[in-house]
Every structure is written in structure tokens, then in C-alpha cells.
Design a protein around this ligand. Structure first.
Ligand code: GAP
Length: 441
């Protein structure tokens, strides 16, 4: 079934421990979410898959983990202090506040999306609202103590460009990757974890000789588009959207979004931008430091150009969840399956005792788990009948269920059930390692 709704996903996430509303016992805090026992595993796997692909499996990349709090001059240089704004307007009739670019129609007379009253943008001009979340560093809450929670991880990379070049003796082209929390005081958060005020980004700044920027941009678009498919997202649910010239920042020469068809429509998962040398030149100006790169081969100093693939961890995680969800008719009932990729699913294996009160079965099941733990994420579950346990494991994406029964304690054979085919095989415990090695690697 492909027409999954967001309500179905939100409900599964709550029921099975993927994602809970934040501070729920206090009524929740608008659009903030907590990743539960299953969600934290899935999100960690998404981040690891990204890190493997863009750092560990490449020779031209380094990792970084910069602080969330940065010198306020950073945001002056990057343009966020002056330009990271949304234009807002209040509806005089219902008193609700809207982003002007979210009002239907065009021109000066618009309609309130909520109460349908007319909004006259001449009589009721929009005001600019900065999206950065402010806080104060230290005990005195005055202007000089104002600091921001970073609205993107990217700037932590730019300000460390020279540290990485020097400490790692790097030559162009090379890139720096970082995963971390970012904060934006979004006016209209929503669609579950798609747009929130606290979220995680996975960003790359790839530094190149200006002559090679177009080629590197093209390669990054291809590689990032392929990554989502490699981890199981259906090709027909992904598309590239090339930004029109009037959408581009004045310094950028190209930007392509990778979009996924969520139940609420095609929406951005990641943007890949060809940003020229804007960021490094801004930081050089603001800090007074020379951030140029010395190209030994050409005996020349210049500011590298930058390709920026910038994705959201929460959005990717949501896309993997939505895409993996399917319902199947099985013997007159409906089976829900999360067909997650083997490297993304929270648990790879569940070990289920057929009779939980039989000490020999339980002992054997626990022994199997301790043998598998080193290589796989394995869970013991005896909280329901075997049929129900299979269904629950299907619903959270567990790849294999191993069942131990009375016969197992006699002949050392167990039943192994495949999540996707539901086929069950009886195999000897001596063969288990080899079997799993072949299936899971
Ligand atoms: N450094 C460039 C940058 O931050 P962006 O398009 O504003 O670009 C990059 O953000 C990615 O971060 C987006 O493609 C999206 O996946 C994620 N993202 C941005 N705002 C978000 C929000 N409010 N909630 C969840 N994810 C968000």
C-alpha cells in the first residue's frame, strides 16, 4: 500500500516508541519531539550511514563537531544577523500571524488562510522577524551577552577551515562534514518532525579550486541523490528540483534540492549549493584573518570555492519511515511492515522463546543473544504470543525473528523467520553465524 497518511505514521511512532511529543505530561511544547527507544536507534543509523558514506568511505573528507554556541560575529559575517528573516503579517480579523510567502495568491490583497478575511499588505505592512533563537551567556542579561543557538551547522565548518587544513595537511579538493543540532524560531513549524524549531542537520562544505566547482557540484548532486536510494527510498518518490536564477542567493551559481514525496506533498530533504567563496570571504573580512589557501602546485593564494550539500537528519529519518511503511493482507488480517534497509532498522534480530516459562528454552534463547550481541542489535521478547510477537517485530522493522522451542533444546535447531517473505527455516545453531553473515554482512 503506498497511500500512507501522516496520521498513520505519527500513530505508529507513538505506539511503537519511535517518536513522542516532547514534554507530553505537560501538554507538549509546540512542534518539538522526542525520539524514543526505537527512534533513537533509527536516527543513529541514519547518521551513521551518512557518516560512513561521506567521511569513512572517502579519502577527501574530514569530520568535525563544532560548538552550538558561536561568537556572535559569526552570524554577522554569515548574514544571519541582518538577513535571516521571514516577513510576517497579522490578520486583523482573527489575530493570527502568518508568513507572507505562505499567504495564498499574489499582489497586495491576500486572504487569511485561517478565517478567509482580506489582508491588505499596504495598510497592514509585513514586519521582518529574525529566526535565530537568542540566549545570554553569563550572569548579566544585557546586549553584550547576547548569543545565538546556531541556525545551521555550516558556519562551524567555515570558521574551522584553516584549523583543519593545517592540522590535517589538507590539499584541495577536500571537504569537512558535520552532524549536529540547529535551532530556528520557525513561524510555521509542522508536519510532524518535518519542520521543527530544534532539529539536526548533516552538512558538508567541500572546498575546491574555483575552476573545478561546477564539476564538484554536479558530482555531489548525483552522489547525494543516489544515497537515499541506496538506503531503500523508492526512486519514484525522489526528485531533483533545480533552483531558478531568481531563487538563488546573489553569490551562488547553482542550487539543487533533493525532494521526497511525503503524504503532504513533494518537500525538501536536502539542498546542494554551489556557493562560490562567499562564506570564507565574509569571515575573512569580519575576523581580519587571511583565510586564503596556498596552492603549492600553482604557487598561488586564493579563497577556495565551496559546494554545500546540506541535509536534515529528522527529515531523512521521516522519509525513511514513510517510505518503508507498508500494509499487507495476510490470511484475512492486515500485517504492517516497516521494510527498512538492513543498516537502518532499529533491531536486526529478535529472539523469541516459544514457552517463556520453560527454563531450558529461556536459557538457550539468552545464550543465543549473548553470542550475537557483538555483531548485531538483538532483542529478547516474550511479552506476547508468538503470532503477536512476529507482527510487532514486523511493525518495527526487525529483519529476523529466531524462535526457540522445546525441540530446539533437544536438537539444537531453531526457527528463523524473514521479515519480508515471512518464510520460516529451521536451521542448526552451528549454522546461525554463517547464515546471518550471508544475510546481514
Ligand atoms: N547551511 C545551509 C542550510 O542550512 P537549509 O536549506 O536552510 O540550508 C538545510 O537547511 C536542511 O536542513 C534542509 O534541507 C532540511 O533538511 C533541514 N532543515 C532546515 N530547517 C529545518 C527545520 N525547521 N526542521 C527540520 N529540518 C530542517
Amino acid at each position: 500500500m503506498s497511500n500512507v497518511t501522516m496520521d498513520t505514521i505519527v500513530s505508529l511512532c507513538k505506539r511503537r516508541g519511535f517518536i513522542f511529543p516532547s514534554s507530553e505530561i505537560y501538554g507538549g511544547l509546540g512542534s518539538t519531539w522526542d525520539y524514543g527507544p526505537l527512534g533513537v536507534e533509527l536516527k543513529r543509523n541514519v547518521k551513521q550511514a551518512w557518516w560512513n558514506s561521506v567521511v569513512h568511505h572517502r579519502d577527501d573528507m574530514e569530520g568535525l563537531d563544532a560548538a552550538i554556541l558561536m561568537h556572535p560575529a559569526t552570524w554577522k559575517a554569515s548574514g544571519h544577523t541582518d538577513g535571516f528573516t521571514d516577513a510576517l503579517v497579522d490578520c486583523k480579523a482573527c489575530k493570527k500571524r502568518f508568513r507572507v510567502d505562505h499567504l495564498p495568491g499574489s499582489g497586495d490583497l491576500r486572504k487569511c488562510p485561517d478565517c478567509q478575511a482580506e489582508i491588505d499588505l499596504i495598510k497592514n505592512p509585513p514586519r521582518l522577524f529574525n529566526l535565530m533563537l537568542k540566549t545570554f551567556l553569563g550572569p548579566i542579561e544585557d546586549e553584550s551577552a547576547i548569543t545565538y543557538l546556531r541556525p545551521e551547522t555550516a558556519q562551524g565548518i567555515f570558521v574551522n577551515f584553516q584549523n583543519v587544513v593545517n592540522s590535517r595537511h589538507r590539499k584541495l579538493p577536500f571537504g569537512i562534514a558535520q552532524i549536529g543540532k540547529s535551532f530556528r524560531n520557525e513561524i510555521t513549524p509542522g508536519n510532524f518532525t518535518f519542520r521543527t524549531r530544534e532539529f539536526e542537520q548533516m552538512e558538508i562544505e567541500y572546498f575546491v579550486n574555483p575552476d573545478n566547482a561546477s564539476e564538484a557540484y554536479k558530482q555531489w548532486v548525483e552522489q547525494r541523490f543516489a544515497w537515499y536510494q541506496e538506503y531503500g527510498i523508492k526512486k519514484e518518490k525522489l526528485q531533483l528540483r533545480i533552483h531558478a536564477d531568481d531563487e538563488l542567493a546573489h553569490y551562488a551559481s547553482g542550487c539543487t534540492d533533493i525532494e521526497y514525496e511525503f503524504p503532504f506533498g513533494w518537500s525538501e530533504l536536502e539542498g546542494i549549493a554551489n556557493r562560490g567563496n562567499f562564506d570564507l570571504s565574509q569571515h575573512a573580512k569580519q575576523s581580519g584573518k587571511d583565510l586564503q589557501y596556498f596552492d603549492q602546485a600553482a604557487n598561488l593564494k586564493y579563497l577556495p570555492h565551496v559546494i554545500e550539500p546540506s541535509g536534515g537528519v529528522d527529515r531523512a529519518t521521516l522519509a525513511f519511515l514513510v517510505d518503508a511503511y507498508r500494509e499487507e493482507a495476510v490470511k484475512g488480517a492486515t500485517r504492517v511492515v516497516l521494510g527498512l534497509h538492513k543498516e537502518l532498522c532499529p533491531f536486526q534480530i529478535a529472539v523469541l522463546p516459544l514457552l517463556k516459562k520453560n527454563p531450558q528454552i529461556v536459557e538457550m534463547a539468552k545464550k543465543i543473544i549473548s553470542g550475537l550481541k557483538k555483531n548485531y542489535v538483538v532483542k529478547y521478547d516474550d511479552t506476547a504470543s508468538i503470532g503477536k510477537l512476529y507482527r510487532r517485530q514486523d511493525e518495527i522493522g526487525t529483519l529476523y525473528c529466531l524462535t526457540v522451542d522445546v525441540q530446539s533444546t533437544e536438537d539444537n535447531m531453531i526457527t528463523i523467520r524473514d521479515r519480508d517473505t515471512m518464510l520460516q527455516e529451521r536451521i542448526s545453531l552451528d549454522q546461525l553465524d554463517k547464515y546471518l553473515q550471508e544475510k546481514l554482512g
